[in-house]
Write a protein that binds this ligand. Sequence first.
Ligand code: G4P
Ligand code: MN
Length: 181
Amino acid sequence: MSSSSTAVLLLETVNFAAEKHRNQRRKDPDATPYINHPIGVARILSHEGGITDLEVLQAALLHDTVEDTDTTFDELESVFGPTVARIVQEVTDDGSLPKEERKRLQVEHAPHRSHQAKLVKLADKLYNLRDLNRCTPTGWTAERVQEYFVWASRVAKGLRGTNAALEEKLQQLFWERGVEL
Ligand SMILES: Nc1nc2c(ncn2[C@@H]2O[C@H](COP(=O)(O)OP(=O)(O)O)[C@@H](OP(=O)(O)OP(=O)(O)O)[C@H]2O)c(=O)[nH]1
Ligand SMILES: [Mn+2]
């Protein structure tokens, strides 16, 4: 595929995600537009992970659309194709389960995800941990922040051997918190 059609597809994808997340905000005190997160996750993959796989970058832009908006996997498949839809599906929690179960399943399933899905997971965790270092979400205690680091390290353990650059950056954040990986 030519670089120009890659650019067009990425713009189509970021616009789809922006429209889906249009009314959502992050949990930080400034209520940052939610779309900053998926854009930042895709940018970590390209800029820090050296990832050029278009379907991975598209899946990163779309990774929270089904979990957090009215988007369906069928819709993603018809607009962006089966591979992108499958990667998003792999990184989407089952919202019908209780939160503790969803968290436990992320740890359990991480090692069995595809390489493409593991990349998105690594970048998602790296973004969210950096965001926690930047500021505390409204209503979160320091203990809840630390628990997120501990849980994220257990997920990251199952993602090992996927991307050295991203894993080293995650490792540094865990080390700074005194969390063993
Ligand atoms: N650090 C941070 N996170 C925020 C903020 N606003 C929204 N989030 C989202 O909150 C989720 C982490 O919070 P939790 O309390 O663990 O999860 P919850 O959404 O199920 O309540 C992440 O979802 P996710 O991307 O789906 O990832 P995951 O951790 O659920 O896998 C993250 O993107 C913010 O200001 N800072
Ligand atoms: Mn996310």
